[in-house]
Design a binder for this molecule. Structure first.
Ligand SMILES: [Zn+2]
Length: 395
């Protein structure tokens, strides 16, 4: 059995690759597969011992009031009083009851990204794999072509969406079968499922990589659109143009083209229940960061809802920090027009995890996006979808 291509049972792996799933240690086949996935670093497991409220072979079975009860009682201190959490009946003589054991699965995003990149790197046609951001890698092929390797469940907006709106060659990896409904959206793209990856071989994967490395036909290249955006910022007065000309012109364009806005939102709505409508951002302060999902359809709906102020200055060519978010909020609260929200136009994709946390917290408290952060990539996607690339030309 090879370390990178262990040829595990596809169906069992598909069952196990879900957060929160439990596998009984008595289920030998599934348990072995779970241990293999844990050794590969793809999942973490927590072991648990328990009694069943009503188990046919236990001496207290006939005393159980509800013999169909599915209640599970975790084993800890044998001297304490136990009650079934489902039916409430006390459990006595636990010492005589059969002890069951299972493990609970949690997916390990870092371990998964590491495994996926190592596996791609081991292919003969691949020259190198370099990490970009969470869940995204740049893959260079021996023949000179390149593509992005994107772990769809964990990647940020740019890598998740770029090959749906631009020519960007990408190979997607879908981690959890929970996200399987993306299939109908992904059919024309190249993607692999993690449960396929651990059950297939190198030849199969190499063919996927080879096909994925061709650019999507009839689309603009993200890099060339991005270059035009960067050139716009570099010309004239840089951020002043960005704030005083570009952003107002984009607002005007949105008002003049309701049909294009409707088309774009309609497109997002059609995939709104799939993993392709969500993107991941890191949240948290020093020492601990977590990944959070943002619903793009809902967020973009609010971008076009009106009654907002735009904030673009200061954040050009730097990272959006938590104290920037505080200042924007203050600006919002003291604005005489009483706007509902602020839309922050960023000229980079750099947002500190503490700034995301502040923005998300605000959203949770208010029940809507009080501050919407549009990163550079999201602005480029908007421009391309709203037919507004001419706004990048200064004169
Ligand atoms: Zn019970």
């Amino acid at each position: 059995m090879s370390r990178l291509f262990p040829a595990l049972d596809r169906k069992l792996v598909g069952h196990i690759l879900r957060n929160g799933v439990r596998v009984g240690t008595a289920d030998e086949l599934a348990f072995e597969v779970a241990l293999a996935l844990e050794r590969m670093g793809l999942i973490n497991t927590t072991r648990r011992q328990f009694w069943r409220c009503a188990y046919r072979n236990d001496p207290d079975y006939l005393e159980r009031l509800d013999r169909e009860c599915e209640g599970i009682i975790e084993v800890d201190d044998p001297n304490k009083a136990y009650f079934c959490p489902e039916c409430g009946q006390p459990i006595e003589n636990v010492i005589e009851k059969k002890v069951f054991e299972d493990i609970q699965i949690s997916l390990d995003p870092n371990g998964i990204a590491q495994y996926v990149s190592e596996t791609i790197e081991a292919l003969k046609l691949v020259a190198s794999v370099e990490p970009l951001t969470q869940g995204a890698f740049l893959v260079l092929l021996a023949d000179g072509r390149s593509l992005k390797l994107v772990v769809l469940d964990y990647a940020e907006a740019r890598y998740r969406f770029a090959s749906f709106y631009f020519a960007e060659p990408s190979l997607y990896v879908v981690v959890s079968p929970i996200n399987e409904p993306v299939k109908h959206v992904l059919e024309e793209r190249v993607y692999v499922q993690l449960w396929d990856l651990v059950s297939q071989d190198a030849l199969w994967l190499a063919e996927k990589v080879n096909v994925a490395a061709y650019p999507v036909p009839d689309r603009m290249e993200l890099a060339s659109v991005e270059q035009r955006f960067d050139d716009m910022l570099a010309r004239d007065n840089g951020w002043q143009y960005f704030e005083q000309q570009f952003v107002p012109a984009l607002y005007a364009h949105v008002c003049e083209n309701p049909r294009l806005v409707g088309d774009y939102l309609g497109q997002l709505k059609r995939i709104s229940d799939t993993v392709l409508n969500f993107f991941t951002v890191p949240i948290g302060g020093a020492g601990r960061t977590d990944l959070r999902s943002i619903n793009k359809f809902k967020m973009m709906n609010e971008v076009f809802a009106g009654n907002a102020i735009a904030d673009a200055k200061r954040f050009v060519q730097s990272t959006l920090e938590q104290n920037h978010v505080s200042k924007i909020l203050l600006h919002l609260m003291t604005d005489p027009q009483k706007p509902s929200r602020a839309i922050v136009f960023l000229s980079t994709d750099q947002v500190r995890s503490s700034a995301w946390e502040a923005v998300m917290q605000l959203k949770n408290n208010e029940g809507y996006w009080k501050i919407i952060v549009l990163t550079k990539y999201m602005i480029l996607e908007l421009l391309a979808q709203l037919d507004a690339l001419n706004l990048l030309e200064t004169d």
